[in-house]
Design a protein around this ligand. Structure first.
Ligand SMILES: [Zn+2]
Length: 239
């Protein structure tokens, strides 16, 4: 059974707990694929084939070292033996969600991860700037996010689906990150278009949660309903 390993909780990240939860090395011990962010909210994390990539707000992608810190993220050991299917005529991120819906409807109460590869006619991504302590909230940090628009770029979408009942712990619904095939561009996806993608789906019914051990985490009120702010910060474009 595929196990999803998660670092920290989404509400902790929303409240500005951007400290290291675990190291890249530890996070990828039993996993090779996923998404997240690093210590200090320093860029968007894309984990692909066991490599930790960081798409930064200056528009670059760098490879992280094993000692670097992960603040928040979700990873799995991706089952590449899953059937390869086609998705056609994706005109927006909303149509992509609609096309994925039938695969989730059978059981919306477990987790899923997908990897979809191909040429994207348009790819609209964002990355956040690294923050210094005292950390702002995620909403404040994301208000300075940098957005990028790419055309006709090859690459991979790695996305996680979380069930509705994990509100506050992770993001309910789909959360998409992008990494270009040449590993030079990437980020948190705000919108995209693609004529045809090859993709694989991994259902996940085993969930391991690594909680931060920093003193700030101990003093956070993690019961506050931040769902409206979360929806704004995860889907929001400044433009
Ligand atoms: Zn993201």
């Amino acid at each position: 059974m595929t196990r999803m390993i998660q670092a920290s909780t989404l509400n902790a990240l929303m409240l500005g707990n951007f400290d290291r939860t675990t190291s890249v090395r530890s996070f990828l011990t039993d996993a090779d694929t996923g998404i997240g962010t690093y210590t200090g909210l320093d860029g968007e994390a894309i984990f692909e084939n066991g490599v930790a990539y960081r798409a930064t707000a200056d528009g670059n992608v760098t490879v992280m070292s094993p000692e670097d810190g992960v603040a928040f993220g979700t990873v799995i050991k991706f089952d590449l033996t899953a059937p390869v299917e086609k998705l056609e005529n994706i005109t927006s991120i909303e149509t992509l969600k609609e096309k994925l819906a039938p695969y989730v409807e059978k059981n919306p109460n477990i987790f899923y991860m997908i990897k979809a590869t191909g040429v994207f006619e348009t790819m609209h991504v964002r990355s956040c700037y690294a923050c210094q302590k005292p950390y702002p909230t995620l909403s404040e940090a994301a208000s300075h996010q940098k957005e990028f628009h790419y055309q006709n770029v090859s690459g991979s979408v790695i996305a996680v689906y979380c069930p509705p009942y994990v509100e506050g712990i992770n993001l309910p619904g789909w959360h998409f990150h992008f990494l270009s095939q040449d590993k030079t561009t990437g980020g948190h996806i705000l919108d995209l278009q693609a004529a045809s993608l090859s993709w694989q789906l991994n259902p996940i019914a085993d969930w391991e949660l690594i909680l931060p051990e920093n003193p700030e985490f101990a003093s956070l009120d993690l019961c506050e309903d931040l769902s409206a702010k979360t929806a704004a910060v995860e889907g929001g474009s400044k433009n």
